[in-house]
Every structure is written in structure tokens, then in C-alpha cells.
Design a protein. Structure first.
Lengths: 255, 246
């Protein structure tokens, strides 16, 4: 068997495994993946549009178009904490490319996100907005790929470091929550006071979420966003691979 | 002499007894200054100390020694899942390790799903697994339990599944720890038959067992390990005699 074929089959088996484990012993299974962001959207819609009276056109569509993508980030990063720890029976006994374990988890969350695009379309349609743009055919795959790479690099760091310190798990949960409020998901960037905008723009996830907003609401994808995301993806994957290479030789002794 | 498939040169393996992952982030940060000053000495345990040997293609080598002597560490080094602290451990070819009950399997998957996962991670093409699937299941004697998650398996069932996967898929280098001890007598007999047929086919075998008779029957050579060092490395008969008379 050629090396490339082996790598493909290893990744395939890991994805199959994670899918099975994800839906094991659940009655509603995949519905949870769609339902969670939808329910979150309803909660935020009530809290911000009806209670806090945020003044924004099509606020619920705005929420939906960012929340599904955010769900991917947050599930991916939180899930990666146990990527290696949850597979110690394999890691302790077999030699294989272990960096595919977090990749498989990120891909599965990515697939769920991709499957939620029709829901977003439906929301656009309900709100009398264009429910489809031809430009999506290249815009969605580009941003999808970049988001996958950004998340994968971070997931490698989190998964590897959590082998050394279980504290990383707690830190990740907090940071992901913090990032949700610091990224314009629940509010548009225009509402951020101008003196803070510079700091906000240092957050690489801002470009990601803004890109999804642009794509779903206007069918556009600013080049600046693609550039910033590409840079983030590159840095993230290189850093992730570096941390993985340093820690992974010790994995079997750490679990 | 055949080609060398396993080559250990001055291999040592030490473990940190109180390592940073058990301390958590805070203790690690707090102890950092003293570590940097060289104040605290790490407590270490030497599992293997300066081990050298080679195993050539087609040999069957028994590893004997008391509990805690370093046998499992040695096997994990051969399987490549841990790296030596110093020295060089080289293993050529595909390793089929059977090191521990449930090792190499995921507890939440069924026996059937685990066959695919385990064999793929060992480097066996999917088509070959599929072609041999029925044979593996039949050999395992698990019947309908093959579609149950293996976390519900008894240790005997786990051992049967593990052994079936590694033996029914043309191993190149077979590493077997004391996992056969839990199988029933009939299955064990079947396993030894299979192992002997591999030996005749020229498969390299490394075999750990407390059953001296089986080591004697299967192995031409035996290595006796004590306290992390090779005590004796010679013909199985002499090694076992010496081991028995210690």
C-alpha cells in the first residue's frame, strides 16, 4: 500500500469512528448539531432584539449567518481538548499519523456546518432576502477551507498541550466563550466604539465571521478578509504542527 | 543469517516519576524558578538500562523476566509507540503488536468496526481487510457479539478479537505480550497453532510469556530481563533453565 493511500485510509477510518461515537446513544443525533445554534439564535434574538433593542435590520438573519460558523469554531476547539486523550488505547499501542485525530474532529464539525447552509438559505428566504448567490460556489469553499485550517492549527496546539496540562481544557472553554463576545457575532462591527475597533481587528476570527456575514447577506467576499484569513491559517497550521512535533513523541507516556 | 529486523543499540528508557502533567499548570509554573536554578532533582525510574541486541528475520525470540523487569517497556519500544531516552531502537517492516487487552481498539466501537480501525492503523489496505473480514470474525469465535461495542467484552473476548486481527492479516513482525493467558484453553491452543505456522513461514516473532513450556516450544532463543538489564541472551533452553534456577 502506498503511503498516500494509507494516509487517506487512516483519515477515513478516524472520521468514520468519530461520526459513530458522536451519534452513539443519541436519539436525535444530527438534529442536535442543527438545533443547538438555532436555539442559541432564538435566545440571542430575544435578548438583544427584543430586550436590549439592538437597532439593526434583519438582526436574526445576521445572527444565524454567524452563529453556525461560530458553532464550528467552538465545537472544534472545545472538542479538540480530548482528541488525543480520548484515543489513548490507540496511541499507546499503534504507530500512525496521530495529527489526523484532531483533523477528523474539525472536519466532522465542518461537515455539520456545510449541512447548515440550506438552513441559512431558508432564513434568508423567509426574510425576503436573496436565498442564493452564484458566487457562493467559490466563496463558500474558500472560506470553508481557510476556517478549517485556522481551526486545525489551534486544535493541534490545544490537543497536544492538554496532554501535558489538563488545565488547557478549562482555559480553552473560557477563551472560546470570551472570543464569542469579542467577535462581532451577536452585534455588528459598526456598533463597536471607534477607539476599540483597532483592537477588535487584531482578532483573526473577526475576518472569518465577517466573511460569512458578507457571503450570506451580500454574496460578496472582500479580498482583505481572504488575505487576513490566509495569513492566520498559515500561522496557525505552522504553529500547530510545531507544538505537535515537540510533544507528540511523548504522547504514549503521558496518557 | 537473515536480515536484521530489530536492532537495539545501548537503549535506555527512563521515566519521570513525578512529571509535570501530574502537577498541573500552577505547580509547574511555581516550581519553574527552582528547576531553572537546578535546585530540584527530578525523580526518575530507569525501566531499561543500556540494552543492546539484534533480532534477524524469521527468528522467534522469547522474552522472560519477572513483573516490572522491563518487558513491556521493551515491547513498546519495539512497537515504536515510545522512544528511547538514549540509544537507538530500529525496527524494520510492519509491526503487528498485541501488547495489552483492548490495546489498539476503541472501546465505543463494535468488534467489526474495530477490526477495520485497528488493521488500517497497522497499515493494512482496506480491500485486504474486507476480503479477510469473515475469516477474522470466524477465527475470533465471537459470533453475534462482533457487532457489540467492545467495552462490553470480557477480557477473554477482547483477547480473541485482538489475536484474530493480527494473525489473519499476514503479519511481518509479530509482537505478543501475555495476552493469551486470558483465553480459554481451546482458543489458546488454536492460537499457538497459528503462531507456529507463522514461525514455519518465516515470520519474525517476539513472544512474552510466563509460561516457560510455551516459550520453550516456540522460541529458539530467549532473552531474560531483570531490573531493566539483559541477564541472559542465549538459546531458549539454557535461558529458561537459568531463569528457572534463579
Amino acid at each position: 500500500m502506498t503511503l498516500v493511500k494509507w494516509h487517506v485510509e487512516v483519515l477515513e477510518q478516524l472520521i468514520k469512528k468519530d461520526f459513530k461515537i458522536k451519534y452513539k446513544n443519541t436519539v436525535l443525533g444530527y438534529i442536535w448539531s442543527l438545533g443547538t445554534p438555532l436555539i442559541m439564535a432564538i435566545i440571542f434574538d430575544v435578548a438583544f432584539r427584543h430586550v436590549m433593542r439592538i437597532n439593526m435590520e434583519n438582526y436574526s438573519v445576521f445572527l444565524i449567518s454567524g452563529l453556525f460558523a461560530w458553532q464550528w469554531v467552538s465545537n472544534g476547539l472545545n472538542g479538540s481538548c480530548w482528541a488525543f486523550l480520548g484515543n489513548m488505547t490507540l496511541i499507546k499501542k499503534l504507530v500512525f499519523p496521530k495529527y489526523y485525530i484532531p483533523l477528523s474532529l474539525i472536519l466532522i464539525d465542518g461537515i455539520h456546518f456545510a449541512l447548515s447552509v440550506p438552513i441559512i438559505s431558508l432564513f434568508l428566504y423567509i426574510h425576503d432576502l436573496p436565498a442564493f448567490y452564484w458566487s457562493w460556489l467559490y466563496q463558500i469553499p474558500i472560506v470553508f477551507l481557510l476556517q478549517m485550517l485556522i481551526c486545525y492549527g489551534l486544535a493541534l496546539v490545544i490537543a497536544s498541550c492538554n496532554m501535558l496540562f489538563r488545565d488547557i481544557e478549562r482555559v480553552t472553554t473560557l477563551v472560546v466563550m470570551l472570543l464569542m463576545y469579542l467577535t462581532p457575532i451577536l452585534y455588528p462591527l459598526d456598533l463597536v466604539p471607534s477607539e476599540f475597533v483597532l483592537y477588535f481587528s487584531l482578532n483573526p476570527l473577526l475576518y472569518l465571521i465577517e466573511s460569512w456575514h458578507e457571503i450570506f447577506l451580500h454574496g460578496t467576499l472582500p479580498l482583505l478578509n481572504v488575505e487576513c484569513m490566509s495569513l492566520s491559517a498559515l500561522v496557525s497550521v505552522i504553529f500547530g504542527m510545531y507544538v505537535y512535533r515537540v510533544i507528540s513523541p511523548k504522547f504514549a507516556e503521558l496518557g | 543469517m537473515g536480515n536484521i529486523v530489530i536492532e537495539f543499540q545501548n537503549v535506555s528508557k527512563t521515566y519521570n516519576l513525578v512529571s509535570s502533567h501530574q502537577l498541573g499548570l500552577r505547580e509547574t509554573l511555581l516550581s519553574l524558578p527552582s528547576k531553572l536554578m537546578g535546585g530540584v532533582e527530578k525523580q526518575t525510574f530507569t525501566a531499561l538500562d543500556d540494552i543492546s541486541f539484534t533480532i534477524t528475520q524469521g527468528e522467534s525470540v522469547g522474552i522472560v523476566g519477572r513483573n516490572g523487569a522491563g518487558k513491556s517497556t521493551l515491547l513498546s519500544l519495539m512497537a515504536g509507540v515510545i522512544k528511547p531516552s538514549s540509544g537507538r531502537a530500529r525496527v524494520l517492516g510492519r509491526v503487528s503488536p498485541m501488547l495489552e487487552l483492548g490495546g489498539g481498539f476503541h472501546p465505543d466501537l463494535t468488534g467489526r468496526e474495530n477490526i477495520f480501525l485497528n488493521a488500517t492503523l497497522m497499515g493494512i489496505p482496506k480491500r485486504q481487510i474486507r476480503d479477510n473480514l469473515e475469516r477474522i470474525i470466524e477465527f475470533s469465535e465471537l459470533g453475534n457479539f462482533i457487532d457489540q461495542p467492545i467495552k462490553f467484552y470480557s477480557s477473554g473476548m477482547m483477547s480473541k478479537l485482538g489475536f484474530s486481527v493480527i494473525t489473519q492479516l499476514e503479519p511481518e513482525l509479530l509482537i505478543i505480550d501475555e495476552v493469551l493467558a486470558v483465553g480459554d484453553a481451546k482458543f489458546r491452543e488454536k492460537c499457538y497453532e497459528t503462531i507456529h505456522s507463522f514461525k514455519n513461514k518465516g515470520v519474525t516473532i517476539v513472544f512474552v510469556s510466563h509460561d516457560s513450556n510455551e516459550v520453550m516450544k516456540l522460541c529458539d532463543r530467549a532473552i531474560w530481563i531483570q531490573s531493566g538489564a539483559i541477564q541472559v541472551d542465549c538459546s531458549a533452553e539454557s535461558a529458561l533453565t537459568l531463569y528457572g534456577h534463579q
